[in-house]
Design a protein around this ligand. Structure first.
Ligand SMILES: Nc1ncnc2c1ncn2[C@@H]1O[C@H](COP(=O)(O)OP(=O)(O)OP(=O)(O)O)[C@@H](O)[C@H]1O
Ligand SMILES: [Mg+2]
Length: 261
């Protein structure tokens, strides 16, 4: 079994719709994956499986050496850091930034214990500083800009020192400067050998951080291509995925795609 993710013919079916269609996928320690595909391709659904927040309708999902359905997800979930739009909407508006991050630790301890409290706060504080949010610790989440919120969410996802980090469209809604800063930070994280295995969902090749090692392309719930990033992010694969003739370019570890004219 792969140490991080081992999906074996995983399908997710809702009514008549097949959200994921027999997906096979292996993620090993140290790998950094990007997932691309059109709206509705099943990217978020796949991330929900990887986050142990959704069970397959059929097939087998191995996550961090546990099998979904045969393990206690409440023990598994704290080992996985997740940042997604859906999770962000669950954050109470009045919650301050430090608490948004520190509460991620509740999943680990299961209850609030003295002693943990100060350690957790120190870790949250350090993570927020790492992500440039130190000065805004006491602000409420509701008052943050989109870029600031994204960085707080990533700090929160890292709070439990996860073995797997899942980021669903972390750069969505950011301006150009904010995007470039985030891509740079994620590139730094990707290069850090101590950092967890990472899976990042995005719509834009420009948002693939340098240092990412693997890519998966999804279309209509099925895998078009998956493997080492240079083999997957090609004109042919991207064109097939998006149903549009595309030219892919790469320069200094950064990718871009434009429609062929
Ligand atoms: N409970 C459900 N019942 C029926 N269809 C669903 C259900 N949940 C999701 N879907 C559909 O499954 C498809 C895949 O959704 P998913 O959110 O995984 O796509 P995505 O690739 O993340 O898309 P986007 O790029 O827009 O975020 C979509 O067409 C969505 O409408
Ligand atoms: Mg999605």
């Amino acid at each position: 079994m792969s140490d991080v993710l081992e999906l074996d013919s995983v399908s997710v079916v809702r009514g008549k719709k097949t959200l994921l269609d027999k997906v096979d996928w292996q993620v090993n320690e140290g790998e950094r994956w990007v997932i691309l595909g059109p709206n509705g391709a099943g990217k978020t659904t796949l991330l929900q499986i990887a986050a142990a927040r959704l069970h397959p309708s059929s097939g087998k999902a191995g996550i961090l050496d546990e099998i979904l359905g045969r393990t206690d997800v409440f023990e598994l979930r704290p080992r996985i850091g997740l940042s997604s739009a859906a999770l962000a909407t669950q954050i109470p508006e009045h919650e301050n930034v430090l608490n948004v991050v520190v509460t991620a630790a509740y999943g680990v301890t299961g209850r609030w214990r003295e002693g943990y409290e100060r350690d957790d706060e120190r870790r949250a504080f350090r993570l927020l500083n790492d992500w440039g949010m130190g000065p805004l610790l006491n602000r409420t989440f509701a008052t943050l800009s989109e870029g600031e919120r994204k960085r707080v969410q990533i700090a929160r996802a890292l709070m439990t020192d996860p073995e797997l980090l899942l980021l669903d469209e972390p750069a969505a809604g950011l301006d150009l400067g904010g995007r470039e800063e985030l891509v740079h930070k994620l590139g730094e994280l990707a290069k850090d050998e101590a950092a967890p295995a990472m899976v990042l969902v995005t719509h834009h090749l420009e948002e693939v951080p340098p240092g990412f090692t693997h890519a998966m392309l999804l279309r209509d719930g099925g895998v078009v291509a998956a493997g080492p990033i240079t083999e997957v992010l090609t004109d042919q694969h991207l064109s097939e995925t998006f149903g549009l003739a595309l030219d892919v370019t790469e320069s200094g570890g950064r990718y871009a795609a434009t429609a062929r004219r």
